[in-house]
Structure formats: structure tokens, C-alpha cells
Design a protein around this ligand. Structure first.
Ligand code: ZN
Length: 241
């Protein structure tokens, strides 16, 4: 088992490129992308194209669906909604057609892994797993050993032991034979856990790591300014909030 899981790129090409070079440097060949290629960032087209060219599996997130008009945006906050309107106008028809092909879930029976952007039970409702209670319920909604998800932009590893105990890891863990896992890949392009570096997951044999990768935040902020994207969205990148 050797692969990377990336999520929530959100039109941030600089972050995506840094993550892809680190994955390449590590010699990892398989990349699973689990949703939100676009929304917020200044390079949605380039991100869709780069992801399509580099990832083995590509899933849709709520922002991707919003740009395609497939999901209601009334629950989006004002910044997210404005960003979606901007993105809708910028993404080419060709790239919208590429996005439209992204499914909501993917199961890899060989690896015994399940992949989804939001939650395994009702992916199209875009609910969040924010605490151990949410996780407890989610463990009953997939049959595989590991479920990878994103959406909250907060990376974590939750282990469910055979006795039903839930353990949380913030950086890494070793996969145990009888345990099951829910792993949040965090966000490549808009981390919100207080660490502004791009985030992704590396799985190598029985080891799972939450990896942080620096990238040129100022360059992205400059592009956002040139495109009149909101100051709030520009500033949050540097804060990682
Ligand atoms: Zn997202």
C-alpha cells in the first residue's frame, strides 16, 4: 500500500503544485483526490486540469457541485457564495464537463478503503464529521477498513479499536490489524486548522501520515487581489483559518 490522498484544493494552484512535487519526491504514484477542486482560489481551471492529469481517482465536493448548479448554495456563507459565482464565470465549459464526471464516492476493495468528500452515509447532503459522536455514527455507514474524507479542512485520524474505543491522532499512526479508521485529509488549498501549510495524507505500508507542505502563499494572494476576490478569503490563507 503506497498512495496519497488529497482534498479541498479550492483553486489554489500553488498549493496543489507543491503537494504534487512532494508526492513525486516521495516516489508515490497513486493519488486519490476527494473533492472540491474549485471555489475560493484564483486558478480553478488549472486545478481541474492538473488534478485530472495526476490523480487515479477524482471525486466531487460541494463546491464542485455548486459550480455545476447541482447543489443548493443557500447554506453557503456569503464569501463562499460570491466565490462560487466568480468561479462559475471563469471555469470553461470543457472543464465543467470534466467536473461533471467526478462521482461522489469511490470504493477500493483491494485496499479495503472508501473515499468520499463529506460523509459516507449521505454524501450528497454535505454533512460534516466534526466530533467523535459524528465519527461514531459514520463508522456504521461504510464496510471498509478505512474511510478517507475531507470537507471540514481539519485533518485528523480516528481509530476505532475492536472494543469500540475511539482514538484520535493529529499527525500519524500505524494501522493495526483489527482496527478501523476515519481519516480527514485536511485541505490542500485552504487549511483551517491554524496551520497555513498545504495538507495531505501519505499512506505507506501500514503507516499513515498527515503531511504539511509549504507553498508560495503570497503569490496566490496576489492573484486573488488581481481578480478582486474578497479580502477575507485572501487573508485567511496566511492565517490557516
Ligand atoms: Zn472544501
Amino acid at each position: 500500500m503506497r498512495f496519497a490522498v488529497i482534498s479541498d484544493v479550492h483553486g489554489n494552484l500553488e498549493a496543489l503544485k507543491s503537494v504534487l512535487s512532494e508526492i513525486e519526491r516521495k516516489g508515490i504514484k497513486e493519488i486519490y483526490f476527494i473533492g472540491d477542486a474549485v471555489g475560493y482560489g484564483p486558478d480553478p481551471n488549472e486545478c481541474i486540469e492538473t488534478l485530472s492529469n495526476n490523480c487515479k481517482v477524482l471525486l466531487a465536493g460541494n463546491h464542485d457541485w455548486a459550480v455545476l448548479g447541482l447543489t443548493d448554495v443557500s447554506y453557503f456563507n456569503d464569501y463562499a457564495r460570491l466565490a462560487i459565482e466568480w468561479t462559475k464565470n471563469v471555469v470553461t465549459e470543457n472543464n465543467k464537463n470534466i467536473l461533471r464526471e467526478f462521482p461522489l464516492v469511490h470504493e477500493d476493495t483491494e485496499k479495503d478503503c472508501f473515499f468520499v468528500h463529506s460523509t459516507p452515509s449521505r454524501p450528497q447532503e454535505w454533512n460534516y464529521i466534526l466530533n467523535l459522536r459524528d465519527a461514531e455514527i459514520a463508522f456504521y455507514s461504510f464496510d471498509n477498513k478505512i474511510c478517507f474524507l475531507g470537507h471540514s479542512h481539519q485533518p485528523f485520524i480516528i481509530e476505532k479499536t475492536p472494543s469500540g474505543e475511539l482514538l484520535v491522532y493529529k499527525n500519524s499512526t500505524v494501522i493495526k490489524k483489527a482496527s478501523r479508521y476515519i481519516i480527514n485529509a485536511g485541505s490542500v488549498g485552504q487549511p483551517r486548522d491554524g496551520n497555513p501549510m498545504a495538507c495531505c495524507i501519505f499512506v505507506e505500508d501500514d503507516r499513515i501520515d498527515i503531511v504539511r507542505i509549504p507553498y508560495d502563499i503570497e503569490r496566490v494572494q496576489e492573484k486573488m487581489r488581481m481578480n478582486n476576490i474578497s479580502v477575507y478569503l485572501i487573508e485567511r490563507l496566511a492565517a490557516g483559518r
